[in-house]
Design a protein around this ligand. Structure first.
Ligand SMILES: CC(C)(COP(=O)(O)OP(=O)(O)OC[C@H]1O[C@@H](n2cnc3c(N)ncnc32)[C@H](O)[C@@H]1OP(=O)(O)O)[C@@H](O)C(=O)NCCC(=O)NCCS
Length: 208
């Protein structure tokens, strides 16, 4: 059987349209610089390279030993199957690839609070506003979709870029827990931050 060039071209165009629309459906939250979609098993290799990179985990508690296959599998299971966790892959639209992940963890459905966590493992994506946008999108998701009352986080007090990105997303400083994190041969204090539903609503109202 011979296939004409034009029919091959039509087939490839149809395939491209199909792939694009599938990808579009799978992006759960659309932002400006980034989209957020559900985690996939194929993201785990990238996750391993981030967690095993001391530059990425410099201010974090994680990464003190190489992550094992079963831990990655467990992380994937908890992130996708636990009703108390909603986790997303962060897609940098400009670069066209997954650069990190973020989510709401330890969701308490009675107190209606959740722990925001984020890791952008691709250093080329740092300081471009991606972390702030991801935090903003997760805050909006937590209040508008999950009906939360409080979203909180803990961050190394020396992780100034992270703190700035959280403040840009509306988190405020609550207080410091002393010597909470051991890393790089010494202890670090942890800054606790949170955003309340009423604060989010008033920011939203003033933004129009
Ligand atoms: C922390 C993290 C999420 C921030 O994301 P990001 O995309 O780099 O953050 P943003 O670009 O949105 O915002 C960072 C801001 O801090 C600024 N900044 C960066 N390093 C800084 C420093 N040492 N001192 C002061 N400001 C700094 C940036 O210039 C930027 O400000 P701007 O928007 O006014 O230019 C990301 O860097 C990351 O995942 N790092 C590794 C893992 C990690 O530390 N996770 C957090 C665990 S709590």
């Amino acid at each position: 059987m011979t296939i004409s060039f034009s029919s091959l071209q039509a087939f490839l165009t149809a395939l491209k349209v199909r792939t694009m629309s599938v990808d579009k459906i799978q992006n759960f939250i659309e932002g400006q610089k980034i989209d957020l979609r559900g985690l996939r098993r194929e993201d785990l290799d990238a996750y391993r390279s981030w967690i095993d990179n001391p530059m990425v985990t410099k201010f974090m508690e994680t990464g003190w030993r190489p992550i094992a296959d079963h831990e990655l599998e467990e992380l994937y299971r908890v992130s996708t199957a636990s009703p108390d966790t909603v986790a997303f892959a962060i897609i940098d639209k400009g670069a066209g690839k997954v650069v990190g992940c973020c989510g709401l963890y330890a969701i308490q459905w009675i107190c209606r609070r959740a722990d925001f966590r984020i890791i952008i493992g691709d250093a080329d994506a740092w300081n471009k506003g991606i972390g702030s946008e991801a935090a903003r999108l997760m805050v909006a998701y937590g209040f508008d979709k999950l009906n939360l009352e409080t979203i909180y986080l803990g961050v190394n007090t020396e992780n100034e870029g992270a703190i700035k990105s959280y403040e840009k997303a509306g988190f405020v400083r609550e207080g410091v827990r002393r010597k909470l994190i051991y890393r790089n041969g010494r202890y670090y204090d942890a800054l606790m931050m949170s955003v309340l539903r009423e604060e989010y609503m008033s920011r939203k109202a003033s933004a129009g």
